[in-house]
Design a binder for this molecule. Structure first.
Ligand SMILES: C[S@@+](CC[C@H](N)C(=O)[O-])C[C@H]1O[C@@H](n2cnc3c(N)ncnc32)[C@H](O)[C@@H]1O
Length: 326
């Protein structure tokens, strides 16, 4: 199997080489990571394209591992410049509030330097169809085995959210992006023996972990992409989506697809077992106004995709947005 770094740098080189002349700047990452990544990226370019530069801008750690600014303080993206940001732990952060990442056209999860994963490519550089599926699977596959051990204590919060969503006995309930299936037992209990639950996820390793945890006994498990669900129109009474919508490259299109499979009297519950600010802080950043789950953004997104927002809670210990079909 080719190394992950090789897959990522080969893809980026294919994407960027036709845009020459161009400067590629690699920022972020733990100490030394940007330089290493930049040299691997440079090596992936065809020799004819290497006349131009791949620079590493190293984030300098302040005293006692404190945060400091990088050269990106003075750099903004430009037509002849692409910024690649390596997302890592707090030590590697070059700008404390996520600004370094915000400026980048390519964001790479680099918490494990042996397993870099592309998390964002500006749509002007590449259609998500070229990278989203492979990279999302790589990202979540690496986390599947440890998922429940890490987040297992959240189950009561899921049960509470499903009680709030109140699917009816006999309903078909979908858990889209079900991961290891933490919501499936509570969904199955809510729809009862006459109901049906389907957990869908695009990462096979996540569904395997769901099976290993015995969650295949209360739900069917399907490998599927939320953007193209293998289901007919208007079948579901409830669509549950925890930790999904913010990962979709086009959240509005994703919500439209969720609406397509939902009955006219059906509901959507978007959930996370921590508030948005707490989640952002865990990832070393602050909330940005352009995030799709901001209420000001979500309400029009929902209205444009066949939903009407009924309830929106962004508390410390949970996030939920409940909507009905409109
Ligand atoms: C943050 S995890 C949440 C998992 C689970 N819902 C939970 O709360 O524990 C996001 C899940 O969504 C899945 N996912 C991401 N994009 C998806 C897509 N387009 N279609 C289906 N599943 C997707 C990932 O594979 C991953 O299992």
């Amino acid at each position: 199997m080719p190394e992950r770094i090789h897959e990522v740098t080969t893809f980026l080189a294919e994407l960027l080489a036709p845009r020459a002349p161009l400067t590629v700047i690699v920022d972020g990452g733990d100490h030394g990571a940007a330089a290493t990544f930049a040299s691997r990226l440079a090596a992936a370019f065809p020799p004819s394209a290497r006349a131009w530069t791949v620079d590493a801008v190293l984030g300098l750690s302040g005293p006692a591992g404190g945060l400091s600014d990088s050269a990106l303080n003075v750099l903004e993206p430009a037509a002849d410049r692409v910024i690649v940001y390596l997302r890592s732990g707090p030590r590697g952060r070059t700008l404390g509030n996520g600004e370094g990442e915000r400026r980048a056209q390519v964001v790479i999860d680099h918490h494990d330097p042996q397993w870099p994963v592309i998390r964002h490519v500006h749509p002007r550089l590449a259609d998500p169809e070229r990278w989203y599926l492979t990279e999302s699977r790589a990202f979540f596959a690496a986390r599947a085995a440890g998922w429940d051990a890490k987040f297992g204590d959240d189950l009561p919060a899921y049960a509470q959210a499903i009680e709030t969503a109140a699917p009816r006995p006999g309903d078909l309930a979908l858990d889209v992006g079900c991961g290891t299936g933490r919501a499936l037992p509570a969904l199955a209990a809510a729809v009862g023996p006459k109901g049906r639950v389907i957990g869908l996820d695009l990462t096979p390793a996540m569904l395997q972990a769901a099976r290993d945890a015995g969650r295949g006994e209360c739900a069917e498990l399907l490998i599927a992409d939320a953007r193209r669900l293998p289901l007919p129109d208007a079948v579901a009474g409830l669509v549950f989506a925890a930790g999904l919508v913010q990962h979709l490259p086009d959240p509005g299109a994703g919500l439209t697809e969720l609406a397509r499979v939902t009955r006219d009297d059906g509901r959507l519950m978007i959930f996370h077992p921590s508030g948005r600010a707490a989640l952002a802080a865990r990832h070393g950043r602050t909330l940005r106004p352009d995030e799709p789950l901001n209420r000001e953004n979500l309400e029009p997104l929902m209205a444009g995709s066949g939903w009407r927002l009924l309830r929106y809670d962004d508390a410390e210990d949970h996030f939920l947005a409940l909507a009905e079909r409109q």
